[in-house]
Design a protein around this ligand. Structure first.
Ligand code: TYM
Length: 351
């Protein structure tokens, strides 16, 4: 198994990223380590199963950005991932900018990706908004870079939130067409990756609008819980979260048509590691005056230790640089054979 995933280093890591993606990365890292141990014990290779996690800094330049801010956010996001439990000794943790093969492979795959496929990407439509003509070319071709990110490492599994699934479908389409066009059936150049979405928290919504996803780009700080928020801020944001006036129902079906209530209950379930029904068995019939403080306290319990580790890691800039440099060296080594095979398959002469 080869697990690959990325996150853009823009702004703060929020609860949606954590519950929708990062927590799942940590789980997979731990599971793969178990699998490697079992394999080594049986006399096989000890690093056949590998996790690669990266900061998608090359993706971040597809939107207007401040270079100093990007530099700062990249290091902060690296610290945040380690604070959440990504262990740079067990997983390969790096940023794309230190592994030029990502950008190289994107160019090579641009020949295979079709305009029509990219035109269908909902994220481009969302992010370019009404100003399609003024959007960067990078925003349009971004999903090809995302395909390169995973295909470079022969990823088998890509843990992502619901919103990234369409990009993964595209990566599969690109891989399949490339293999068909330029490789023989018994020696494909690329592995088709499978998206893995955690069933318990695939989509965490804004605290201000239960129909919009919790996002770094939402201008309202009250819409999201950042993993750097202190206890008071978390309690305040939860207290102010939009809700309706009804008490909670005792079964999940009763949350239909109540997106804000559904969101808060599912966040509780995800944090507590239980189902929505189990949360409602405990809080059904209660109003938000009771539920919100309980939710806030649970959030603080989960987030406070992460924040403490994050702050300590940020103190040591040299250590963070070293983590990313080491990860990038390993990633360059892992990606080299696939990049070489791609050049070769396309008939590009490299001496
Ligand atoms: P990004 O940086 O927007 O988000 C990182 C991960 O967090 C998930 N996520 C959420 N999950 C649940 N609820 C939410 N509100 C929420 N917001 C974000 C995302 O689904 C994602 O898994 N294009 C990607 C980064 C990327 C990538 C890749 C991912 C670049 N190359 C290759 C996987 C494989 C992005 O912008 O994610």
């Amino acid at each position: 198994m080869r697990v690959v995933s990325g996150i853009q280093p823009t702004g703060n890591l929020h609860l949606g990223n954590y519950l929708g993606a990062i927590r799942n990365w940590v789980r997979m890292q731990d599971e793969l380590e178990e699998a490697n141990r079992a394999q080594a014990a049986a006399g096989g290779s000890a690093d056949e199963n590998q996790c690669l996690f990266f900061l998608a800094d090359l993706h971040a330049i597809s939107m207007p950005h401040d270079p100093a801010e990007l530099r700062r956010a990249t290091l902060e996001m690296a610290a945040a991932l380690v604070a959440c439990g990504i262990d740079p000794d067990r997983s390969i943790l790096f940023n794309q900018a230190q592994v030029p093969a990502h950008a190289e492979l994107q160019w090579l795959l641009n020949g295979t990706a079709r305009m029509g496929w990219l035109n269908r990407m909902t994220q481009f439509k969302d992010k370019s908004g009404k100003n399609r003509e003024g959007a960067s070319a990078a925003l349009f071709t971004y999903p090809v870079l995302q395909a390169a990110d995973v295909l470079l490492y022969q990823a088998t599994h890509v843990p992502v939130g619901e919103d990234q699934k369409q990009h993964l479908e595209l990566a599969r389409d690109i891989a399949q067409k490339f293999n068909n066009d330029f490789a023989s059936d018994d020696a494909p150049v690329f592995t088709l990756p499978d998206p893995i979405t955690p069933p318990d928290a695939a989509r965490i919504m804004s605290l201000r609008d239960g129909t919009a996803k919790m996002s770094k780009s939402d201008p309202s700080e009250m819409s999201r819980i950042n993993l750097t928020d202190d206890a008071d801020t978390i309690m305040k944001k939860v207290k102010k979260a939009k809700t309706d006036a009804e008490p909670l129902p005792s079964e999940a079906a009763g949350l239909g048509g109540r997106p804000e209530a559904y969101n808060l209950v599912s966040i509780y379930g995800a944090l507590a590691g239980t189902s929505i029904d189990a949360v409602l068995a405990e809080f059904g019939g209660q109003g938000f005056g009771v539920f919100k403080p309980a939710l806030g306290e649970l959030m603080v319990d989960v987030i406070a230790p992460i924040t403490a580790r994050f702050r300590a890691l940020l103190e040591d800039r040299e250590a963070l640089d070293a983590i990313l440099a080491k990860g990038a060296a390993k990633a360059r080594e892992r990606g080299a054979p696939t990049l070489a095979a791609t050049y070769e398959a396309l008939g590009l002469v490299r001496g």
